[in-house]
Design a protein around this ligand. Structure first.
Ligand SMILES: [Zn+2]
Ligand SMILES: [Zn+2]
Length: 346
């Protein structure tokens, strides 16, 4: 897997007293100022950094010294929407802010900060004119859709955004409870060691281990592995592997082939089956912030589709399933639970 280049904040050139004295532009003045597509900030070494419209940046908060490197979470983060200038030295950007969970909590008291990680930011519809003298570096904020089965992974020190803030309406979208655990508390990637994800279309939620029940019947490892595969991401029906094969034979009005395979899973490469059998988990002790959702789901989907259609596996199946990401080398196996909503094994 290719790792993205790590963000590295640069130390800004010491800013001598700002040369501009006119202050923040008013809305009416803004309309009269000429537009630009980008602006340049020089760092201490004299290296120039170009910031363009639609890019996201770290911005020095008021009262924080510019000539020292701070922890990335100490900076404000915003997206550049417009760039205008009074003159060469007095350049401004219209910035759409990412808010910290604490800032959101200051306007929406019901917003639970404990359910957010330190790298979480909330995209707001709140804008300001910001002097380009306050821009520190490029930032990246990953979109994180917790219900998505295709969510790309990111690192534990990447900024991410699950929610949007409608400032005037004091509203958070999507509704926090939509993706929260059954206990009502959201997943906090800095705190929650293992969350179990149910990929069923009607569920698509992750649960804290301590909020889950163990299965009533004891299952041997082989039966358990099959049950995991049968938590199909493509259907809410409780279909066994054999049921899926059977429905295909029914539809095609075909008799069972004479060389009936004893186990339908035998036709698939071992590593694909192994990927599909994994528990879908995420958390600090379970493979990272996003976990193995996408990889395991892709493996189960390939098996489901192939069994349902009676077709063979696409030759490029390895491009669709990141087997390594599905089965992290050092994961301790965690206990098995049932989904509180659909009772599938998770
Ligand atoms: Zn919970
Ligand atoms: Zn479920």
């Amino acid at each position: 897997m290719s790792r993205r280049k790590k963000k590295s904040l640069f130390t800004r050139k010491k800013i001598s007293k700002p040369k501009y004295t006119m202050g923040i532009p008013t809305d009416s003045e803004w309309k009269t100022m000429p537009n630009f597509a980008s602006f340049i900030v020089a760092d201490e070494e004299g290296e120039e950094h170009t910031f363009s419209i639609q890019e996201t940046a770290f911005i020095l908060p008021e009262g924080v010294l510019p000539d020292k490197m701070h922890h990335p979470t100490a900076y404000w983060i915003g997206r550049i929407k417009q760039i205008r200038a009074r003159n060469d030295e007095d350049v401004w950007a219209l910035v759409q802010w990412y808010w910290s969970p604490q800032e959101v909590n200051s306007v929406i008291k019901s917003f639970d900060v404990s359910g957010c990680g330190q790298y979480e930011r909330i995209m707001s519809d709140y804008y300001d004119y910001v002097s380009t003298a306050s821009f520190c570096d490029h930032a990246a904020v990953m979109r994180y859709d917790e219900r998505s089965i295709g969510q790309e992974v990111f690192d534990s020190d990447d900024f991410y955004c699950r929610y949007d803030l409608e400032y005037r309406a004091r509203k958070i979208l999507p509704n926090v409870t939509r993706s929260a655990c059954c206990c009502g508390v959201s997943y906090n990637p800095d705190r929650d060691p293992v969350m179990h994800f149910c990929p069923r279309p009607a569920c698509r939620a992750a649960y804290h281990q301590e909020c889950l029940q163990r299965p009533t019947q004891r299952l041997d490892p082989a039966a358990r592995a099959r049950k995991f595969i049968e938590s199909w991401p493509d259907t809410d029906e409780q279909l066994s592997i054999e049921d899926v094969v059977g429905s295909q034979q029914c539809r095609k009005r075909r008799k069972r082939p004479e060389y009936a395979i004893s186990d339908p899973l035998e036709q698939f490469p071992e590593e694909l089956v192994k990927a599909a059998q994994q528990q879908i988990v995420k958390g600090v002790q379970a493979g990272g912030v996003v976990g193995n959702v996408k990889a395991v789901v892709a493996a189960r989907q390939l098996i489901y589709c192939s069994l349902l259609e009676g077709s063979s596996l696409p030759t490029d199946w390895k491009d669709k399933v990141d087997v390594e990401a599905a089965i992290p080398p050092k994961r301790k196996s965690s206990p098995v639970f049932v989904c509180p909503q659909c009772q599938s094994l998770i």
